[in-house]
Design a protein around this ligand. Structure first.
Ligand SMILES: [Zn+2]
Length: 131
């Protein structure tokens, strides 16, 4: 897991575009987790909500049991992130974070525009699922 821990997703989150070299680096660092992330992207599990007119953005990754809010390169709501990234420091990302990264780089995500007035309602729906 050393390679995955050393891998800085936050640096990558700022760049754009996708190439084979990056695919290789991620695949080497994250192995099966990366493959799972690619499957999520292929199944359109990554969604970007843009709130208008504030321009606030929320990324949602649809997981097997629930949806997760993801802060690109930084944070995911799931147990894997909490246990293996935050507590055990075994790795630097869960596969939802990887999926968001791949999806944004490849421009393979669903886009939604929603009014700011829906922010609190949607946000509490997403939060509720993690309990
Ligand atoms: Zn996650």
């Amino acid at each position: 897991m050393g390679a995955a821990l050393a891998f800085s997703l936050s640096g990558m989150a700022e760049a754009r575009g996708w190439d084979e070299g990056m695919r290789e680096r991620l695949s080497r660092a994250f192995g099966a987790k990366f493959e799972k992330a690619e499957e999520l992207v292929a199944s359109s599990a990554v969604k970007k909500y843009t709130f208008e007119p504030s321009g606030r953005v929320m990324w949602i990754v649809v997981g097997r049991e629930q949806d997760y809010t993801v802060l690109p390169g930084i944070y995911c709501q799931c147990d894997d992130f909490y246990i293996n990234v935050v507590v055990k420091r075994k790795t630097s990302a869960c596969y939802h974070l990887l999926a968001q990264l791949i999806a944004e780089r490849k421009d393979m995500f669903e886009k939604f525009s929603v009014p700011d007035s829906d922010f609190i309602r949607l946000n509490s729906e997403w939060k509720k699922q993690s309990v």
